[in-house]
Design a protein around this ligand. Structure first.
Ligand SMILES: *Cc1c(COP(=O)(O)O)cnc(C)c1O
Length: 386
């Protein structure tokens, strides 16, 4: 018989069991919610560890963080009340005047935040074309750049950035690499393993997966003063994830692997079906072998390609808007990563001033039946072109 005494269950097993949770005494296999805002001191009037007031965290939030740290292979993870508050904490922990390098097209909330801080002279920013590492390298200012921001795959065109190569550039200049991999959750991409210093996910998206929580999470390979500073931003701004939301997130994460596998397969079926379609000019999806990011994605996303794609329809801007109006299964809503499929006319959603193709439809593919989704897009395209 083989000796299995050192055998460690797979990550998917550990996450499905919420790290083998079982409540002492009762045997309940689901954790209770601990919503307390404060904790009593002990019999010696000492503050208890690790929590003593809600803004530091709670058992429920801590449990969700432990699961994500496991998923990411992180030293530690911190959960915030939204993806944006997590991103803002990273920007906020930088000293005034710090230089940041960031893609000029990226998730619009982060872009707006960086632009606002730049306008207020809080930080300086140099911009590069998403996915273009030569431009990223050229934007570095030796001795000045403290943070390099990448988003991969990158909203809303899904360019793929080589995380390891970006880390090398950042580290050669003494800067830290922040990787927003929201589009490919840690069951696909473990950015820390590839050299990122901070891995970020909007947990509103795939980690929770049910469109009923906003949350964001930062994970790090190594702790240190900067991590302590980020923790203090969360504590002082009160942007910790609340317990009930953390509990929903724990429940959502138990099915992460299943959901992502199904949604990725659906996205691949949709991308293949509509590539070369008579009403479609282009399909932007790293899973297609013709996509410029395909080879890097193959190395970086664990054999799946995620469930985010965009299609550029033929016709006019109105044709694109009409397709979203005529869908009967896809919801015409923003956000991504839920079990239900969403479609949006990105230019309308991100507003003026964002460089987005006027006929681009961003699609978040859910876990429904692939043929149903293809049929729905087909009928919407036919109607919009009638
Ligand atoms: C949604 C999202 C964010 C922001 O997260 P919220 O939870 O909405 O605050 C940041 N980056 C990417 C890539 C996202 O998709």
């Amino acid at each position: 018989m083989t000796d299995n005494s050192n055998r460690k269950p797979a990550l998917s097993t550990r996450v499905a069991q919420a790290l083998r949770f079982m409540e002492e005494g009762t045997g309940a296999v689901v954790p209770a919610i601990q919503p307390t805002a404060t904790y009593a001191r002990d019999e010696n009037y000492e503050v208890r560890k690790p929590y003593w007031y809600r803004r530091d965290g709670s058992q429920t939030t801590g449990h969700a963080e432990a699961i994500i740290a496991e998923l990411e292979g992180a030293a530690e993870s911190l959960l915030f009340s939204s993806g944006m508050s997590a991103c803002t904490a990273v920007i906020d922990h930088l000293p005034t005047g710090a230089h940041v390098v960031a893609p000029e097209v990226m998730y619009h909330g982060v872009l707006q935040q960086l632009q606002m801080y730049e306008k207020n002279k809080r930080i300086t920013v140099s911009w590069y074309t998403a996915g273009n590492l030569d431009e990223l390298a050229a934007a570095m200012k030796p001795g000045e750049t403290q943070l390099v921001w990448i988003e991969t795959p990158n909203n809303p065109n899904w360019e793929v950035t080589d995380i390891a190569a970006a880390a090398e550039i950042a580290h050669a200049h003494g800067a830290k690499l922040m990787a927003d991999c929201t589009g490919t959750p840690p069951c696909m991409t473990r950015a820390l393993d590839m050299g990122a210093d901070i891995s970020f996910h909007s947990a509103t998206k795939y980690l929770n997966g049910h469109s009923d929580v906003t949350a964001g999470v930062l994970s790090v390979r190594e702790t240190g003063q900067y991590w302590e500073d980020i923790f203090w931003v969360r504590k002082l701004q009160g942007t910790v994830l609340q317990s009930f939301d953390a509990w929903l997130l724990i429940r959502g994460m138990r099915t992460l692997f299943l959901r992502v596998e199904k949604a990725s397969a659906n996205a691949m079926a949709i991308a293949k079906h509509f590539q070369g379609h008579k009403h479609v000019e282009a399909v932007l999806y790293p899973g297609l072998p013709t996509d410029p990011g395909h080879e890097i994605a193959k190395r970086q996303t664990g054999g799946q390609f995620g469930a985010m794609l965009s299609i550029i329809v033929k016709g006019t801007e109105q044709t694109g808007i009409d397709v979203t109006r005529f869908c009967e299964l896809f919801y015409p809503a923003t956000s991504l990563g839920g079990v239900e499929s969403l479609i949006e006319h990105r230019k309308t959603v991100s507003g003026e001033g964002f460089p987005v193709h006027e006929r681009l439809l961003r699609i978040s593919v859910g876990i429904e039946d692939a043929d149903d989704l293809i049929y729905d897009l087909e009928q919407a395209l036919t109607r919009a072109n009638a």
